[in-house]
Design a protein around this ligand. Structure first.
Ligand SMILES: Nc1ncnc2c1ncn2[C@@H]1O[C@H](COP(=O)(O)OP(=O)(O)O)[C@@H](O)[C@H]1O
Ligand SMILES: [Mg+2]
Length: 217
């Protein structure tokens, strides 16, 4: 299993409350999973434990993807300022062992997938929030990483842009990437395979998403 969390406890301060308190979660290879729960329930904390940015206070976190192999998508994109869309995607692939020609083809493919064709040479500082978010997703998915952790990636997007982002995430999922999306949006959750909800520091519900459903709805 790429992610196996057993009896995870976590608190930010030695005397503070436990944010996560006895959480168990196993994520099989290639799963597309929505992580839900009220604000402050520990979704971001859990993502950071999975991504190796935080060490659990107790319990064990086994994650097969290294920190280098894990790509992040944040609610507010961080891009290389005053560089083009194309350059921002291209540098995300540098050092990943792509030869120049396949790297170029991959960048153009991501630009098309994210419907950024007319903006490839545009300075990212001139883009709208939704366009910037699509550049960030392109950067995260370009290298076909084994694990993608997305923290409310569509929180500030309109319906149409959310659809474009979801299509790209689901395409990466079909290629075998394991993806965890923190979301409050039932539309997003319904398009994942599995919906895990956090409450009181642990998993309060764990159900198949709409995407996993078979037969007539
Ligand atoms: N760096 C931090 N230091 C101390 N407390 C934090 C820190 N980050 C988050 N918390 C607290 O941990 C709890 C869970 O936060 P978080 O994981 O961000 O929840 P969510 O992403 O579900 O909104 C909240 O009570 C929050 O205030
Ligand atoms: Mg959060």
């Amino acid at each position: 299993m790429p992610v196996t969390l057993s009896d995870i406890r976590f608190r930010y301060d030695a005397h503070g409350p436990y944010v996560l308190d006895g959480l168990d979660l196993t994520i099989p290879d290639g799963q597309l999973i929505a992580l839900m729960g009220p604000s402050g329930s520990g979704k971001t904390t859990l993502l950071q434990i999975i991504g190796g940015l935080l060490r659990p206070t107790g319990g064990t976190a086994d994650v097969t993807a290294s920190r280098d192999e894990t790509r992040w998508v944040f609610q507010t994109p961080t891009l290389l300022a005053h560089r083009s869309v194309r350059h921002n995607i291209d540098i995300a692939l540098m050092g990943d062992g792509w030869d120049e020609r396949s790297r170029g083809a991959r960048v153009e493919r991501m630009i098309r997938d994210m419907r950024l064709e007319g903006l490839a040479d545009t300075d990212v500082n001139l883009l709208s929030g939704g366009q910037r978010q699509r550049v960030q997703i392109a950067r995260a998915l370009a290298s076909e990483p084994p694990l993608v952790l997305a923290d409310e990636p569509t929180g500030q997007l309109d319906h149409a842009t959310t659809g474009v982002v979801l299509d790209a995430i689901r395409a990466a999922h079909r290629r075998g990437t394991t993806i965890v999306i923190v979301t409050h949006d039932p539309y997003v959750a319904a398009r994942c395979e599995r919906v895990v909800t956090l409450e009181d520091g642990r998993v309060s519900s764990d159900e198949p998403g709409g995407h996993a459903r078979r037969g007539p709805a």
